[in-house]
Design a protein. Structure first.
Length: 278
């Protein structure tokens, strides 16, 4: 597949656009793939969303999100596992081969190392169910500032070790530029993930300053911030990764634009800064 055709638009890059309109606009823009979010799909129902995606001739690069598996009580843990099985079912219905796993944070007083070390066992409970559904589970390391509330996995190196410790080939890793660009070992970690055949998703956005009051919304359009997409994308390409590249940009200014303009901007930056290095 040509690099220009591998762009996927994550639904939260156009967060203010309702699900049905989002799918229609992406197809009208000539972009071939979308990354969907469970809560947005729920607005119209999984069956209808799946039909709209198929009718528009689109691929679903990933479904976001599963995870939040770090509940400290048995009851909370069971509820999380049940919700993740539902997420796997939804991914299967939508034709998404990847379910992004934001593994969860911790409660005050918990040991982050113990919470983190328990993840492989929990993931291993879900992996056979996912494998039977044709869905791979992609652990997403997040920037350390999100370790307390969203993801106790902060580096790609740790993510691949935990994926391997699950004992299942269906478990892999997301490389998200926003979360991992700062890591001095990032290039070696990408190579290790590729060697283990566990690179399941490449997501791109830039790191902008000043940070927004909610740092999660500080993602910029590629080229507006500090990330070297030549270096990261070349490392991803060297692994043999040939899947979609998802633009996942949580940014209020982008959301405020008419969707045709925002899609054109994201596509232009992808084609100039990312696609040449795939």
């Amino acid at each position: 597949m040509a690099a220009q055709n591998r762009l996927s638009i994550n639904q939260w890059s156009m967060r203010t656009t309702p699900c049905e309109q989002f799918i229609s606009a992406v197809a009208a823009a000539g972009i071939e793939s979308v990354g969907l979010w469970r809560q947005n799909v729920a607005e119209i129902g999984v069956r209808r969303a799946a039909g709209l995606v198929r009718g528009a001739g689109l691929r679903v690069s990933s479904l976001c999100r599963g995870g939040f598996l770090t509940a400290p009580t048995p009851t909370g843990r069971r509820a999380a596992l049940d919700d993740n099985r539902r997420a796997i079912d939804e991914a299967h219905q939508l034709g998404a081969g990847v379910l992004v796993m934001v593994v969860g944070g911790l409660d005050p007083g918990q040991s982050i190392s113990r919470v983190r070390d328990a993840i492989p066992q929990t993931i291993a409970e879900l992996a056979p169910y996912a494998q039977d559904a044709g869905v791979r589970l992609a652990l997403e390391p997040m920037h350390p500032m999100f370790a307390a509330d969203r993801a106790v996995i902060s580096t790609l190196g740790n993510a691949v070790l935990l994926a391997e410790a699950s004992g299942h080939s269906s478990v892999g890793v997301v490389v998200d530029s926003y979360h991992i660009w700062w890591d001095p070992q990032v290039l070696d970690a990408i190579a290790a993930i590729g060697a283990a055949d566990r690179l399941l998703s490449y997501q791109v956005s830039d790191w902008n300053l000043p940070l927004a009051p909610d740092p999660l919304l500080s993602r910029g359009v590629m080229g507006d911030g500090y990330i070297d997409f030549t270096e990261l994308t070349t490392a991803v390409a060297a692994t043999g990764y040939c899947g979609d590249v998802e633009a996942e940009i949580f940014n209020a200014d982008l959301w405020a634009m008419p969707i045709a303009e925002s899609l054109a901007l994201v596509r232009s930056r992808y084609e100039s800064l990312v696609a040449p290095h795939l």
